[in-house]
Design a binder for this molecule. Sequence first.
Ligand SMILES: Cc1ncc(COP(=O)(O)O)c(C=O)c1O
Length: 501
Amino acid sequence: MRLIVPLRGVVQGRGGLFVGSLIPCCLFYFLQLYLKRRSPPDPPPSDSHLGELPRTSSLSNLFSRGSSMGRVRISARAVPVAKPTDSTYYIGLERVKTDPYDRISNKEGIIQLGLAESTLCFDLLQRWMSENLMESMMMQSDGNGEFDISSIAMYQPFEGLLELRVAFAGFMSRIMGGNVTFDPANMVITAGGTPAIEVLAFCLADHGNALLIPSPYYPGFDRDIKFRTGVELIPVHCRSSDNFTVTVSALEQALNQARKRGFKVSGILFSNPSNPVGNIVSRETLNDILRFAQEKNLHVISDEIFAGSVYGDKAFVSMAEVASSGEFDKSRVHVIYGLSKDLSIPGFRAGVIYSFHEDVVNAAKKLMRFSSVPVPVQRILISLLSDARFIEEYMAAHRGRIRDKHARFVEGLRGLGIPCAESCGGLYCWVDMRSLLTCYSEKGEVDLFEKLLSVAKINATPGTACYCIEPGWFRCCFTALADEDIPVVMERIRRLAESSR
Ligand SMILES: Cc1ncc(COP(=O)(O)O)c(C=O)c1O
């Protein structure tokens, strides 16, 4: 009998079979023994319950250690997501985590100016939450006046409870000046602004298609749009000479270039008020954008997550209002909103897709199955948004306190000879640090970012992270700073400026 045995080649007869099987087994056994000896001893279990690994995982450890199968592979999609990022936006955020500033316990730590979050009205939120949180979650009662557990424990519509969509519609209309109404039927509740952006990108563009985006833009858009949908972003460069406002000619140029490069452009995405500049898109510009989109058959996504964080004398106009004027085909218009900024509750993960396109609304409703807002949170939000007295008090304080903080911050910078772009919305300002650059280039800007982080111990987001074409601009978020911290920031920048002269 001729038999082919791995490692032994061809062997003859029964004896051959025996020898041919035994020898490879022995070799394999000794190989395992050799590898086990060479590998470092297992670390002691750090937690008692980890000591007893399930059998399957112990076995898999044994095999993966000794076998020549190589590293366990993950999908090609996930590989770039898992890799450390080279964006200075995320690098800065990570560095702050290693040494965060605290006025009392870590005075020399890094001051966070890189995250658009606000603590300015936490006193009001704290009061409302402590008075209403439990009650609003347990609001629904059964026939006997008892709390009805089924109202929060059972499956509910993934696009959000109707009462919440009604409450959001009222709230959005109110903070957007009362000139626009929102139909709850066109609304899908999302777990924050981030999934709203991603779901819209998924619904409006195919993998490999592109969206035009006026730059500088919010660095998180790269993650939100590109990570999972494979949709590309093409910056439409705006300039300081126009206070970074987008123009139709810049859109036209970017569209032509993108098409020459082989991209199918599906739409235009922008934030209004702009993140990072903080300026508001005027009604005229909104009309221009929509006219351009209609002419070129593009979608328009308007991210209005900072609509209620406007503090200047210019009025905010929603793209939903412009779309409803009757002049345009509004089915190409989609609005993003959320409570992370205007109500300062990013932890609640509450956002909205508002679309005039029926199919987009229907698709988004189904996609919300993957990441809907928990029903107890929805119940709290219904109470919060429907509390007209609180909302009025809160919004007035929110706007007033941002205005004051902005004035102090910008004044401090001006005292150092550092100007800011004109802004009247958002939780940040767009700072012109060109005078601090040692060379006027992208590298010069990244060097300054590094010096701000390591020497001045300040994390500010450099313009390169926002695809700004002009070096030297930085986004500084100021709404999580206490008044006492502003002089500390200014003193640190002053010392840095002096040392680099
Ligand atoms: C313009 C813009 N859109 C969306 C988001 C994301 O919002 P959320 O934190 O609710 O996901 C942010 C967050 O900073 C933002 O600045």
